[in-house]
Design a protein around this ligand. Sequence first.
Ligand SMILES: *[C@@H]1O[C@H](CO)[C@@H](O)[C@H](O)[C@H]1NC(C)=O
Ligand SMILES: *[C@@H]1O[C@H](CO)[C@@H](O)[C@H](O)[C@H]1NC(C)=O
Ligand SMILES: *[C@@H]1O[C@H](CO)[C@@H](O)[C@H](O)[C@H]1NC(C)=O
Ligand SMILES: *[C@@H]1O[C@H](CO)[C@@H](O)[C@H](O)[C@H]1NC(C)=O
Ligand SMILES: *[C@@H]1O[C@H](CO)[C@@H](O)[C@H](O)[C@H]1NC(C)=O
Length: 343
Amino acid sequence: MRKGTALSLLGLVLSATAQRFVRFIATDGQEYTGDAILPAGTTDAALTKQAKVITGDILGDFQITDEVKTVKTLLAPLAPEKTRTVRCVGFNYAAHATEANVTIPSFPILFYKPWTALAPPIGPVPITKGYQNQTNFTSSMDYETELVVVIGKKAFNITEDVALEHVLGYAAGYDVSHRGWQIDRGGEPQPQYSMGKGADGWAPWGPAIVSTSIITDPQNLNLWTKVNGVLMQNDTTANMIFSVANMVAFFSMGITLLPGDIIYTGTPSGVQLGKANPQWLTNGDVVETGTENIGTCTSTITYTPLEPCTCFGVLRPVSQRGFELRRRFAIGFRDIRTPMSRG
Ligand SMILES: *[C@@H]1O[C@H](CO)[C@@H](O)[C@H](O)[C@H]1NC(C)=O
Ligand SMILES: *[C@@H]1O[C@H](CO)[C@@H](O)[C@H](O)[C@H]1NC(C)=O
Ligand SMILES: *[C@@H]1O[C@H](CO)[C@@H](O)[C@H](O)[C@H]1NC(C)=O
Ligand SMILES: *[C@@H]1O[C@H](CO)[C@@H](O)[C@H](O)[C@H]1NC(C)=O
Ligand SMILES: *[C@@H]1O[C@H](CO)[C@@H](O)[C@H](O)[C@H]1NC(C)=O
């Protein structure tokens, strides 16, 4: 047997033991990828305090070591630049299509976000001046909880029955949406999905990539959104129009899906867009998007100062932080509504 083959087999055996991939800054100040050790009684990887260090590349050959590190700050489970394409699916739950007054699609509706949108599971969602309220155009930020799929193996022209073999695992995600830019500003027939959904930090995800050995059936997971603690969306992936396997196979008909690529699989009903009197998110609102057996992302809508944004330098600890974050940002950014004056 050749050495390479032996190593790959070893890799397969070791990867079979992997559970929940997290990327984090440890208390020693270093960045690691690890296999989360969950506290007893929870499956929310956002509560991870410790992880076994993984060496190598979780998209290729890797090894889970016995070295345990203490987690200080959770990062997005993959470094953003490892993801070459962020695919998103529109109207994949019938009740959401109905609340948005669109026809139920007969094939998956695909759009993209740039990978600069990818963000850690816990932290601010920066709303820059261009997306804040402007005279006769009101900011209309909305939430969308989604199951996120991470591609593990290159896929081209594959069939549905082998599609899940190309998936590394699943995460929870928030497809941040500005309905004004997405819909009103473009209007039919000029929707601006990229402007309305693709800004920096508008794709929080994590808190872990939960492997397909734990989630063998992605079509049986509860997913929800809470805004400032109030439940707004709560549904199950069983209600997807197009299954994960169906979407992966469909997209692969002419586009190569690469390891590290991410698919946001659509949101269920309950978004503000579908309401008669929408209460759009505003500065300081805390949005929790969660998926069963994976965990939660906690994102704080943050009107950025009108001068250069420092949001990405501000990483927050993993501890119960939602409302604390809100307070801190409210203090830190209290002057953000003051109009900008450039000399
Ligand atoms: C959908 O249609 C209803 C009834 O015409 C309307 O009240 C509602 O505002 C529409 N919603 C959206 C998101 O267009
Ligand atoms: C946005 O601006 C308009 C016009 O100035 C104002 O009427 C509206 O209340 C503002 N909305 C928010 C959410 O600040
Ligand atoms: C805002 O008002 C200006 C001036 O009336 C108008 O030209 C523009 O179309 C309006 N924009 C929106 C988004 O309604
Ligand atoms: C796609 O796969 C099918 C078999 O499933 C094969 O017949 C066909 O040639 C493939 N097409 C391309 C472009 O690779
Ligand atoms: C969502 O609904 C299910 C079934 O009714 C319930 O068990 C679950 O607790 C709800 N989720 C949340 C986050 O409240």
